[in-house]
Design a binder for this molecule. Structure first.
Ligand code: ADP
Ligand code: GLC
Length: 469
């Protein structure tokens, strides 16, 4: 099968979160199943400097809009058998961020990602000569199915959309989106129209041949008002072509036995060496190392449970240490900066790949008290690195972490979204840390298998259903 992924971020070239992890490791795992795989993604500022194997193909493509004609250079590299195609445009892709700056979305995101979606379809049409399956990801590329069924009808391909996070839908003024010179019909109720605005994700759901999200539990949750962000009705209507497929983790990229960023490598047999990573991390944060260490590597947002975490941290003094790494809006950052004054709390701001890895390796427990979580890659990394996950029972967290109260359990799971319940969970963790069973807990996590092998096959089965329906 010839499969073309279109994604707005792809590790290791660009990344703000788990989408980038998946947009790299799913294609690579599909390549291992002997399919012909392409990934099309923007060439953001700085990528060429870091990856000298990415070469200009000498080809260009153009997208005509009412705001001008945009030229995209086409660049290419091959990695693990997958062809990565990068589209360059200085005005659209060489800004301070990918989607916005200082917590604010770019007002012309419709142009950045609408333009990117059209340019990507040009690549499919003119450069790689069609596909069996086009697989787009999240709102940034969710206009692609609508374009394929109108302006690009002559491109032979079936199209599927994966929703990684329903909280982000790509909402714009209809008059702005029309500037992309799309078929005006698309702006009606059967397409983009959503309470008087244009909604990229809604159109993507309606116009794809199949829609997935990243865990079975989240696929059920999003059909309710609590988790649906207004799209629960649309998803219910499309439930005949909608399913949850659990993400995997790339076990080559995330491996404590080879991770170049951690001070002491370890595996299931030498798991006791994990302690050296804790010692190093504690030294860096001026913390004592004989207390349980809780870590959090994420976005400081409500989705990730940051407000209940802030309240919970105020309760603990000399029972445990906490290290948090992430970025968020200025109010949350101010609150966190206050907590950082405590001896047992250290907060790092920003996106830091190496530190993140050192924290997965050095932590005893990994905190993930999410309000909602489509899948979650972080808890999978934590398990792989033998850090015991503490999670709220929602979405992919529910599907991947079993409470230690049950036979074979390996984490701590709490149900209600409240700081009280999180505090209880942290106390349970401290008890576990002080019990004789803690080593077994570390090992139980390291023995879990959330690699891509099964998931990649599940995606291919889904594609086959779409192709041969
Ligand atoms: P989401 O995509 O919702 O942010 P996931 O758990 O799916 O959450 O994936 C997050 C990914 O991004 C993980 O690989 C995590 O390690 C990484 N990550 C998130 N924030 C940071 C940060 N501040 N520094 C380094 N890595 C981060
Ligand atoms: C989103 C979700 C996260 C998921 C990731 C990759 O960013 O918030 O739960 O793991 O996408 O699918």
């Amino acid at each position: 099968m010839k499969i073309v992924h279109i994604a707005s971020e792809v590790y290791p070239f660009s990344k703000t979160g788990g989408l980038a992890d998946v947009a790299y490791s799913l294609p690579v795992s599909q390549k291992k199943l002997k399919h012909d795989i392409y990934v099309i993604t923007p060439l953001y500022k700085g990528i060429l400097e870091k990856f000298d194997k990415i070469k200009y193909t000498g080809k260009k493509t153009w997208v005509d809009t009412e705001l001008g004609v945009f030229e995209f250079g086409i660049f290419k590299t091959k990695m693990n058998g997958v062809t990565f195609i990068f589209l360059s445009n200085i005005f659209l892709f060489e800004r301070g961020g990918y989607y916005g700056e200082d917590g604010k979305d770019y007002p012309d995101n419709f142009l950045i990602f609408g333009g990117f979606s059209k340019a990507a379809l040009n690549v499919v049409k003119y450069i790689i000569d069609g596909a069996d399956i086009i697989h787009c990801h999240d709102w940034q590329t969710a206009l692609t199915p609508a374009l394929l069924k109108t302006e690009y009808q002559d491109v032979e391909a079936n199209i599927v959309l994966t929703i990684h996070n329903l909280a982000f839908q790509g909402l714009f003024k209809i008059e702005d989106v029309l500037k992309l010179k799309i078929d005006p019909w698309l702006c009606g109720f059967e397409g983009l129209e959503f309470y008087g605005l244009a909604n990229f994700l809604k159109a993507g759901i309606l116009m794809s041949d199949f829609v997935t999200t990243v865990s079975p539990t989240y696929s059920q949750e999003v059909m309710t008002p609590e988790y649906g962000f207004g799209l629960e009705g649309v998803l219910k209507k499309c439930s005949f072509k909608f399913a949850g497929i659990l993400n995997g983790l790339d076990y080559k990229i995330w491996n404590p036995n080879t991770d170049p960023f951690i001070v002491k490598k370890y595996n299931k047999r030498s798991y006791k060496d994990k302690i050296y990573n804790k010692i190093e991390l504690c030294k860096r944060c001026e913390m004592v190392e004989d207390l349980p260490l809780f870590v959090f590597v994420s976005r400081f947002t409500e989705q990730k449970g940051i407000s209940i975490l802030i309240d919970a941290l105020k309760v603990f003094t000399d029972e445990a240490n906490f290290i948090l790494l992430g970025d968020g809006d200025s109010i949350v950052k101010q609150k966190l900066a206050l907590l950082d004054k405590r001896k047992n709390v250290k907060i790092f701001f920003g996106y830091k790949e190496a530190l993140g890895r050192q924290m997965y390796a050095g932590g005893d427990f990994y905190l993930m008290p999410s309000k909602f979580e489509p899948c979650g890659i972080s808890q999978l990394i934590a398990m792989r690195y033998g850090s015991v996950p503490i999670v709220r029972k929602t979405g992919g967290l529910k599907d991947t972490v079993k409470d230690l109260y049950f036979e074979g359990g390996h984490g701590i799971v709490f149900e209600n979204y409240s700081s009280e319940k999180l505090i209880e969970a942290i106390w349970r963790a401290i008890d576990a840390y002080n019990s004789a069973l803690f080593d077994k807990l570390i090992l139980n996590n390291m023995k879990k298998d959330y690699s891509w092998v099964n998931t990649a096959k599940e995606y291919v089965r889904m594609y086959e259903n779409v192709l041969y329906k």
